[in-house]
Design a protein around this ligand. Structure first.
Ligand code: ADP
Ligand code: ADP
Ligand code: MG
Length: 495
């Protein structure tokens, strides 16, 4: 077993990995930027190393600094979390070559699956269904235009290196294609350092359904069922669940077998996720593979009774999976809500602020993976996700009720968050009916306004502000530079 692991990340995922290390008896080393000096992951780890300024390129994304921190503290392994350097094959190579174990797949399988174009080719080789598209290297724009006509509009122009819902455009007609190609290439070059784009048929009203895979070094490759992640804003997930209301046992076995075949095709090792998109008729197509831990892994952990992060670490030490596909059985239903510092009433714009009042939900089947603590300053340097609230219950109806209760038990004042809209999503009849596709938010929540805060929230906010010796700010983020504490709350008064 490893003795000491460096966690090359921040926020709730760093906390999650530190916990797994503790339970396995492994020492943990946190890294942090100057903006994160007081962060929970820094306090919780056995050791912590400051990497540099807040800007990610000078801290969490600085490969040499991260590697040096691992060397200086005598780590024998490194866990990259998700985001940042997690899918960077070059970094994985650098780490491996310096004699430190990179907890994840080999750099070679990351090369094959990290970019979307080679990943599509791999999926085709594994005879999995792939979204109809066009991606030939060196093709002229005329060939793209001809291909789009053949695929049929609308099409999507996507960046091969894209991620985090960024770098994709919907094109409705041939007249718009040329400018979409030009614009997408410019954006991709800037955001991902690579202008390569490709075409995909735009699937209307699809569901996003993904399969969790787990593979040991001996080539034992298993799947842990699906997660439905169709409730999205800006092509990014905010609510995830397993099982999906659109997947029965037969379909699960079929999609699972496709995901396993794709993972096997690249000799995959560790935990990974194969993402599919499903059309309203139930046809599904490969979208991409994420060669890392997924944000929404806890719903699978609940339902399959396995600790995915601990298995990532154990597989990395060479341990074999002690169970077969037949021995893995799902139990009950799990839902996750991503709690983000963002304003649902103004296009989900990220918000800044500081935590003035925090009350965390508790109870049977309730889990909060979080970076939150009293007084925490929330800036604009990083991803706006603050925490994930995950529930587990015997069936979907019970899980929905449990999530409603947990959301209303949660109180977060001092930064505008999406707690209000999450509560409304979970309470929505269309959600209860399992009618979730990627258009869910646009269809049911366009023109969304947060409900007016009740008296208890106002009193709590005023108290919190006066206790901290600062004036209560009533302005919006736009005019004061800080979030309005009156607009940031769960359904606290109902608790
Ligand atoms: P998941 O499927 O786990 O939700 P996402 O694609 O949303 O994964 O990404 C997980 C995290 O990593 C998010 O915080 C996202 O902002 C970040 N991320 C992933 N890929 C990229 C990328 N290429 N550029 C910037 N951020 C990314
Ligand atoms: P990322 O790397 O940013 O996660 P994905 O290819 O996984 O990119 O797509 C993210 C989301 O964008 C999907 O979950 C889906 O909502 C939407 N999307 C992507 N490709 C298509 C498509 N061909 N048709 C319809 N929606 C799509
Ligand atoms: Mg994706």
């Amino acid at each position: 077993m490893f003795k000491k692991i460096l966690i090359a990340n921040r926020s709730e995922v760093a906390v999650r990995i530190i916990r797994a290390c503790r339970e396995l008896g492994i020492a943990s080393v946190a890294v942090y930027s100057e903006a994160d000096a007081d962060a929970v992951h820094v306090t919780l780890a056995d050791e912590a190393v400051c990497l540099g300024p807040a800007e990610a390129s000078q801290s969490y994304l600085d490969q040499q600094k991260v590697l040096q921190a691992a060397r200086d503290t005598g780590c024998d392994a490194l866990h990259p979390g998700y985001g940042f350097l997690a899918e960077n094959a070059g970094f994985a190579r650098l780490v491996t070559e310096s004699g430190i174990h990179f907890i994840g797949p080999t750099p070679e399988s990351m090369d094959r699956m990290g970019a979307k174009i080679p990943a599509r080719e791999t999926a085709l080789l594994a005879t999995a269904p792939v979204v109809p598209g066009f991606d030939r290297e060196g093709a002229t724009d005329d060939e793209y235009i001809a291909a789009a006509a053949q695929i049929g509009y609308p099409v999507m122009v996507k960046a091969s290196m894209g991620g985090g819902g960024k770098g994709m455009r919907i094109v409705d007609s041939e007249a718009e294609l040329q400018s979409a190609l030009d614009g997408a290439r410019r954006e991709a070059a800037k955001a991902f350092g690579d202008p390569t784009v490709f075409l995909e048929k735009y699937i209307q009203n699809p569901r996003h359904i993904e399969i969790q895979v787990l593979a040991d070094r001996a080539g034992n490759t298993l799947h842990l069922g699906e997660r439905e992640c169709s409730v999205q804003r800006r092509h990014q997930k905010i609510v995830e669940e397993t099982p999906s209301t659109a997947v029965d046992n037969e379909l699960r076995a079929k999609m699972g077998a496709d995901a396993v075949a794709i993972a096997r095709a690249v000799g995959y090792e560790g935990a990974g996720t194969v993402e599919f998109i499903m059309d309203p008729a139930g046809g599904y197509y490969f979208l991409e593979m994420n060669t890392r831990l997924q944000v929404e892994h806890p719903v699978t952990e609940f339902v399959y009774g396995l600790d995915i992060v601990q298995w990532q670490i154990r597989i990395a030490t060479g341990e074999a999976l002690p169970f077969s596909q037949e021995q893995i059985t799902p139990r009950g239903h799990s839902i996750e809500c991503r709690i983000c510092a963002e304003d649902a009433a103004s296009g989900f714009l990220p918000q800044v602020g500081s935590v003035q009042v925090l009350r965390e939900p508790q109870g049977p089947g309730v889990r909060l993976d979080s970076m939150l603590k009293d007084g925490l300053a929330i800036g604009a340097d990083y991803d706006p996700m603050l925490a994930k609230l995950i529930v587990h219950a015997e069936d979907r109806e019970a899980a929905i009720r449990r999530m409603q209760q947990a959301l209303s038990d949660m109180c977060l004042l001092g930064v505008t968050s999406n707690l209000g809209i999450l509560a409304e999503i979970i309470a929505h009849p269309a959600f209860a009916g399992g009618e979730t596709d990627t258009g869910f938010i646009a269809r049911h929540f366009s023109g969304y306004k947060d409900p007016e805060p009740g008296l208890p929230e106002r009193i709590a906010a005023a108290l919190a502000a006066s206790m901290k010796g600062s004036a209560v700010q009533r302005g919006t983020t736009n005019d004061s530079g800080h979030a309005d504490p009156f607009r940031s709350y769960g359904n606290w008064s109902n608790a």
